[in-house]
Design a protein. Sequence first.
Length: 232
Amino acid sequence: MGRVTGLVGGEQATAEEAAFYDRLRPLVESYGSAAGIRRIAVVGNQPLDPSDERAAVIDSADLVIRVNGFRMDDDEGPAAVGRRVDVVVFNRGVRPTPWFFADYTDRVYLMIEPGRLLWENPKLPEFWPADLGIVTMPNREVILPLGEALGADPRAGGQWATTGTVMLWIATRLFPHATIDATGFSFIDAPDQTSWNHAYGDPSAVGAEHRIDLESALMRGWIDSGRISYHH
């Protein structure tokens, strides 16, 4: 199936959501290609085999978005996930990797905090650079609509999407007419996994707050519809 653009089916944004993304869009655009945002690379943290083609797809995008404790290709190593990042989507529990704060003045950092719906402490991590600002993603316009699309209940049920899926959701709403190349989401092929392997760092358990089977179904719908292209 060929690519499509625009939001899919019942995922149309409300007026309040659209207004939020309209406010955020100029900031994010300023970190992307000066010629405009026509194609976006959205990169998860699944360990991936080397691929010059995949790395080139990522690095040639007009905007590159990565998540939490991401890694990037080293100058001396094989190509796999590229060497660019323009936007970082993260949560308060992030474990910074050697690439997380590199060149941070040339990136925009978007923080999600779904745990604030129930229990999360609003303080910034102690390791956060004093001169680095962040943009907090509102639960009302981001986390709750995504939960509804998943069939989960972030407010009452304490279940919400992983930061990677939130990252992709934000990309589709910020730039609904851009084409999107996604990679590095292990739950697409393994929706029943109970732990994560990361491209950098030790494995960790899939949190009880996540329903990655629902996230897998949602993302497969995006792939099948042509809304995103997925690169293994």
